[in-house]
Design a protein around this ligand. Structure first.
Ligand code: ZN
Length: 177
């Protein structure tokens, strides 16, 4: 889907030191990220940086390609404490749920996306330990959205086009991935 940003939303598409999240139509958002083969201090610093950027942007999730790093690392904070997932793989999906999504890389645009209602995710944590999470509802939605980013997939690829709409963020506590 080709997105035309209305003039009144173009201010959200500025990218600079204070707003480091990469916006559409940047090529890096459409590329496949590589698995992390060996965790280093650089990855730990990257995870901290991603957590900070997500928080500053009022996001509930962020994938490394959104800051120009093509490695399979995501951070999510749907409700609970933020978590870092390295090489996340969704090994089980169950049920269906339709819910509204937005994206820090497509600010101001929202629409309904059908996702699995619950998922099981395997990953490494930031210390390289194997972790498995069962997630439902919002957490499941966010992790599916972020893992899609690692494969160059954006929510606009899966959205129900009839529900797409522009809205200025942060006005009604709307949170975006
Ligand atoms: Zn996103």
């Amino acid at each position: 889907m080709h997105i035309v940003v209305p003039d009144e939303f173009k201010y959200l598409y500025v990218q600079d030191k204070d707003r480091p999240v990469i916006k559409v139509p940047a090529d890096v958002l459409r590329q496949e990220a590589k698995p992390v083969s060996k965790l280093t201090k650089r990855h730990s610093a990257l995870a901290d940086n991603m957590l900070r950027i997500m928080r500053d942007a009022h996001g509930v999730g962020l994938a490394a390609p959104q800051i120009g790093i093509l490695e399979r690392i995501i951070v999510i904070a749907p409700q609970t404490k933020p978590i870092v997932l390295i090489n996340p793989v969704i090994i089980e999906r169950e049920g269906e749920a339709i819910g509204e999504e937005g994206c820090l890389s497509i600010p101001g645009l929202y629409g309904d996306v059908k996702r699995a209602q619950s998922v099981v995710v395997e990953a490494l944590d930031r210390k390289g330990r194997d972790v498995t999470f069962e997630m439902q509802g919002m957490a499941a939605r966010v992790v599916q959205h972020e893992v899609d980013h690692l494969d160059g997939i954006l929510f606009i690829d899966k959205v129900d086009p009839a529900t797409l709409h522009w809205m200025h963020p942060y006005e009604d506590d709307e949170r975006v991935e």
